[in-house]
Design a protein around this ligand. Structure first.
Ligand code: MIC
Ligand code: SF4
Length: 642
């Protein structure tokens, strides 16, 4: 067996490990972050689950930390109190980005982790099977319920050789994205194998597993070996170690070969992470801003290399350099060893350990800016400045670029960039709040501020669904298009009515008002609809606006699950050319859809009333999903079963 199969097999609750079949697995650990977490805990409470039944569940507060009004702080208090009551650890703001902290303090090789954030696969860096999902699925897992997924194909990514000077782990995953595209990993787990793996440290592996999310992959996983043991030892957690690897004769559905010796520094150009060329080819474009940080590139090793490059030098006068170390542990270490002083002296603006600019929480670049960033997504308008172009690179490329003022190949450096991993990290978990014991839990009061509004619930599916096409969209529409997130909107993640005014506005500013006036309708989209974030808001807000169905050429995995969980029909065109026949404004009908779905039909008729045409759309559902769709979502479905 390969490693993915071994971990899946050890956790399998139902189904067979045959790619494409539905399976369900036991979840050992969960994580949430605050921008999806508030809604997740509201749903958890609505399900009436008492204490969590996982081995460990952790709530992180790392996204909404600007606190420009009472909203963020109210949500923080809600999360801290609700987690205390229900047996969940809470990592307070300032402790760091969920994926970095989870790797440092909680991740365990061989365990399953379900997280309400699409970059949960970062845990694959220490041999976890770590999957991103919507908050509702995470809430169910916290209650001891199974996680249902399509059994993935397993791609062996065979690494040979070693990275050349100034070429980074980030360049490996950019190379994979260049080859496979943002749709290339759908339905697959990327399992890293081959002799090149042992040349990579845990944070380097985590960078690769993290950005595997941009392939649309179910997750990515590395073996657990001597490098993993050294990392866990340095965290004082060697007892969590177990060696894990694929069997020597393991089979893979596909193999990709990457010779690390041949790689060079790469860059993803606006506005997609797979729009990759070499830094050398793109040439010395003028740069206005550099951001170094995010869950992809903010480890101790990353930060030390950056400090080494900046030491004794000065940021270019035209560049604003912003650095956000990934965790309190990383930041403390940099402060004690002097590297932080080197960064500040060079002219870097230091941010608290949080997501920050990656999700548009501050540091939006100027109009038409070129911003070079080490994070994982450069989707249109995500930085908060729609006219800005975001270029994604390694830390090494970003740091030298900040000094030169133009995009620069870090192989021009003449410095020793070797950074050894410390034997011991400074461990201080004083920003992690332990849950109340079972006896005291009843006394804990859950505090809800005025920003917390009830979330919409679907209703039973009607006999027939009718509505006009409110918006026709292209391929690769991201969750940042559907439900934008930035410093102005993130504070309202627990306020769906407020967010509804901004739904799909990066595509069409008039959409929310038109949807409201029409009392709902249908959306039409191209391929890979809903790629990116796990945010359920991209389903909850359309639900609130009365969207009953989305007809698309294909869907991204997490978003498709979120639509079903909220009772919205994700319909796939059987014949992709039918997409071209539909115009915005056409009236569509799904005649007798309730009876058809109840009878288990997977091919439905989508009638274009305006053009008097019928299209075949596919809605393959398992029995459980059918129940959700018929009863208007997972919460109604669970309640009806109780
Ligand atoms: C992101 O990187 O897009 C986010 C913000 O972390 C999201 C979660 C969210 O929308 O809250 C993700 O990746 O799932
Ligand atoms: Fe935070 Fe950005 Fe990572 Fe999402 S991708 S978890 S916003 S740092």
């Amino acid at each position: 067996m390969n490693l993915t199969q071994k971990i899946l097999d050890a956790h399998l609750l139902s189904g067979k490990l045959i790619p494409g079949e539905e399976i369900s697995i036991r979840i050992d650990q969960t994580l949430t972050q605050d921008s999806t977490g508030t809604m997740c805990y509201l749903q958890f409470e609505a399900m009436g689950i008492g204490r969590v039944k996982t081995k460990k569940s952790v709530a992180y507060i790392d996204h909404n930390t600007l606190q420009t009004g009472f909203e963020n702080a109210d949500d923080h208090q809600y999360i801290q109190s609700v987690t205390k009551k229900h047996g969940i650890y809470c990592s307070k703001p300032g402790n760091g980005i969920c994926h970095q902290v989870h790797l440092e303090r909680f991740g365990v090789p061989g365990m399953t982790l379900l997280g309400s954030d699409s970059h949960t696969p970062t845990g694959g860096g220490i041999g976890m099977l770590a999957i991103g999902a919507g908050g509702l699925d995470v809430a169910v897992a916290m209650g001891g319920g199974a996680y249902y997924l399509t059994c993935p194909k397993v791609v062996g990514v065979r690494l040979t050789g070693a990275l050349p000077y100034a070429v980074a782990a980030k360049d490996i995953i950019l190379e994979v994205l260049r080859r496979l595209s943002v749709k290339g990993g759908v339905g697959k787990v990327m399992e890293y194998i081959g002799p090149g793996v042992e040349t990579l440290t845990v944070p380097e592996r985590a960078t690769i597993a993290n950005m595997g999310a941009e392939l649309g992959a179910t997750t990515s996983v590395f073996p657990s070996d001597a490098v993993t043991l050294a990392f866990l030892k340095a965290q004082g957690r060697e007892n969590d170690f177990q060696p894990l690897a694929a069997d020597p004769d393991a089979a893979y559905d596909e193999i990709i070969d990457i010779d690390l010796n041949t790689l060079e520094p790469l860059v993803a150009q606006p506005h997609m992470p797979d729009n990759v060329v070499s830094v050398r080819e793109l040439g010395p474009i003028h740069v206005d801003q550099v951001f170094i940080g995010s869950c992809t590139n903010s480890s101790y090793q990353d930060m030390m290399r950056v400090a080494r490059i900046l030491k004794g030098r000065s940021v270019h006068p035209d560049v604003s350099l912003v650095i956000g170390p990934g965790s309190k542990q990383v930041l403390t270490t940099l402060a004690r060893n002097g590297a932080l002083a080197d960064m500040i002296a060079a002219g870097a603006r230091i941010l608290e350990s949080a997501c920050g600019p990656c999700i548009g929480m501050g540091q939006s670049p100027k109009t038409n800016a070129v911003s070079v960033r080490t994070n994982n997504r450069n989707f249109y308008a995500r930085s908060g400045t729609a006219s800005a172009g975001i270029y994604l690179t390694s830390c090494e490329t970003a740091a030298i670029t900040a000094l030169r003022g133009v995009l620069t190949d870090p192989r021009e450096l003449d410095l020793d960039l070797t950074v050894d991993m410390p034997d011991h990290f400074e461990v201080n978990d004083n920003l992690i709040i332990s849950p109340a014991g079972e006896a005291e839990a009843a006394e804990v009061e859950v505090v809800r501020g005025p920003n917390i509004k009830p979330f919409p619930l679907g209703h039973d599916l009607e006999d027939s669904v009718t509505g006009s096409v409110l918006l026709k969209m292209e391929d690769n529409i991201t969750t940042d298009h559907i439900m934008p997130s930035n410093a102005k909107l993130l504070p309202f993640r627990s306020n769906i009515p407020h967010l509804s005014h901004f739904c799909l506005t990066p595509v069409d500013e008039t959409f929310p008002a038109r949807a409201e006036a029409a009392g709902g309708g249908i959306l039409v989209a191209g391929a890979n609809y809903g790629q990116g974030s796990s945010r359920e808001h991209a389903a909850l807000v359309p639900l609130y606006l009365g969207i009953r169905a989305v007809a698309a050429k294909s869907f991204a995995r997490i978003h498709q699950a979120n639509l079903i969980n909220n009772g919205i029909l994700p319909l796939t065109f059987e014949n992709a050319a039918d997409y071209d026949r539909i115009d915005q404004g056409d009236t569509m009908e799904l005649p007798g859809v309730r009876a058809e779905i109840a009878a288990g039909k997977e091919k439905l008729i989508l009638r274009n009333v305006t053009k008097s045409e019928n299209y075949t759309v596919l809605l393959p559902l398992t029995e459980r999903q059918r129940g959700m769709i018929l009863s208007g979502g997972l919460i109604n479905f669970i309640r009806s079963a109780q």
